[in-house]
Design a protein around this ligand. Sequence first.
Ligand code: F6P
Length: 345
Amino acid sequence: MKIGVLTGGGDAPGLNAVIRAVVRKCLANGHEMIGIREGWRGILENKYETLDRNSVSGILHRGGTILATSRTNVYKTEDGEAKVIKNMKDNGIDALVAIGGEDTLGVASKLAKAGVKIVGVPKTIDNDLSATDFTFGFDTAVNVATEAIDRLHTTAESHNRVIVVEVMGRHAGWIAAYAGIAGGADIILVPEIPYDINEVCDTLHKRHEGGKSFSIVVASEGAVAKKKEGEVGMILQDQKLDSFGHVRLGGIGNFLAEQIEKITGYETRSTVLGHIQRGGTPTAFDRVLGTRLGFCAAELVEENKWGYMAALKGTSVVGVQLAEATGELKTIDLQLMDVANTFFG
Ligand code: F6P
């Protein structure tokens, strides 16, 4: 078969490990491999490159994706589905391996229903995809955020400051919870549990009255205040929507820092980690997970398991239905926040 591979949505460290594994295993099984550039845009606009053993050599440790990515939505493009099917036929592409998050895999799931031979691989630093215990990229993002929190601790302590660290996580606070626990945060705010700024400030007060002169607050970009008069919802960078209907989040760090300084009188700063969490070298965990998921995707191809996705379940990597992964987002395990709470204040 001639098999196309694409990466869609925001990049995540470990994408190249997946591409390498899919290509090496499918080549070994006798298939021809073709890279589709820039996610779904590449198949709509016929942007391809041949993938051989050489093209995936030396990429395991590299961040980003050698195939480039985009947030193009096939179903927001005129006749998108028909174009995908036609372009696959015209270019002799028999099947697809789509590596992506809820948006990319949502498209993959619809295409599978339309009869396209497709398997998926779950990706997102946010770790919010259902049907898999972890997504690759998450571990790297948590390590980057934890190192940042460690560094911010020393400067916060030296200056007797509160520092608010804004991390990624639109609808799920996985990065904030993990990095916050690993970095010993004094408060963690996640989208799943709306916060009350006065309660946040009370907790900081108690800590400072107890003898501490600095604090670290970790906040997901999607953290929201409890709906009370005068309080706001998600903080947005602007009102623009991408082709999957997502707004651009960002600004919660500054917003909280201003409020905390005003209410407590403690000098407060904020740091936004932003895309630093998505860039650079993947951790060993993400390289291994990406490799195992890519290997499994190649096996799903061999077994003609179209409409399936590779997933981590416990310590095993198995095939699950794509529809299972894209039904609803995986929010954090609230037990994590019970653990984190023990160390607040
Ligand atoms: O891929 C998920 C994510 O990292 C979110 O956490 C974040 O809100 C978003 O991507 C940022 O997207 P972009 O790269 O388009 O600014």
